[in-house]
Design a protein around this ligand. Sequence first.
Ligand SMILES: [Zn+2]
Length: 390
Amino acid sequence: MLIFATRPLSFISSCHFPLQQFCNNTITSMDSSKLFSTMAADHSSSREPLKVESNGEAAISLQEWRGWGTTSTVPSMVTQVVEDLNMLEKNVDAQMVFGGNHGKLSGDFKVQEDKKHRAKYQSLGDSEQKLQFFSARQIACRVLGSKGYLCQKCWLCSGDCMCSKLITCPLWNPMRFWLYMHPKDFLRQNNTGKLLWQVFGVQGATLCLYGITEHEDMMWDALKLAGKDKVWCLYPNKNAPTNSVKDSMAGLSFANVENHPEMADGAHSLNFILIDGTWSNSGAMFSRLKDRYKLMWGEEEIPCITLNTGASLMHKLRPQPSWDRTCTAAAAIGLLDELHDLPNFVSYGLDKQVNALEDAVKVLFETLTIRRLRMGRSITRKQRHNRDIF
Ligand SMILES: [Zn+2]
């Protein structure tokens, strides 16, 4: 996500302090982003030697599904993928084994499953079906492969769980964040989008997985209820004029909202969609939002807002391909911070919510650093790119 506020830089800079507690290197703010990039590469290069094996029939219960931070029923296509994996396990002489992290199948079962899912993918008629299958398979494997391995709340290995260090803080009632997340970012330890619902709760920040029908329908039903003038996407739309926070929000009045607490039931007044994926995935994700917005309201462009940032700053930060993933929480912090500066928002305590989210990012950053140093890994190694579609 290419949205950078002046405020997030201040917390990235402030990360010098905790980092220096654990290593002697002097780390600049740009090096901090490299650290996150390096952590992003963990999944492919050096995972912990733990393997997760299916124990007979693999399944995902509603309780387990919601435990990961989602608010929907178990998606039917995810259930279908799990059933297909169980069927395959019965039909081939190999046990379903996941290689410790991020739902990567391993061993003989992986060889068999690769053939099967590629054939299925090819057989699907249109790109919509292919996307839904891709997403469901990613999600199913990630959930099955993380069972008993990751803490469901913070998505870190159970031994690294940071949940006890987090302080929750309710989001101002009329606001709601939607984390529109790419399946490859689901259950990633270094994902910062998850911090939003950890801090604000799932009603203040709701996960919507890209390509998962149940999630997308749930989000668009809520947006429909709120109305088209209550929806914004934080995205630098190159093909349409984007507005600043001030342009979009300074004229709004909340007298009615404050007098109608029933708004909390679904018709949130201000809905902000944050695209939580890599920069390379974000274009397709934004297009999908735009198409659905047009289908629902007949408008060509979904209203986009950008945060305050200078061109030179953008230029400096852009070269980090994985940096975008770290900026989901930063974008939320930047938005809340800019809103708090507006006279019509100043009395709603958004500054406290900024502080709470900044603290959560620092906790995550420290936890990942400790983990990495404990495992004897460099915290400045360059990222390896391994982002094939399957
Ligand atoms: Zn935890």
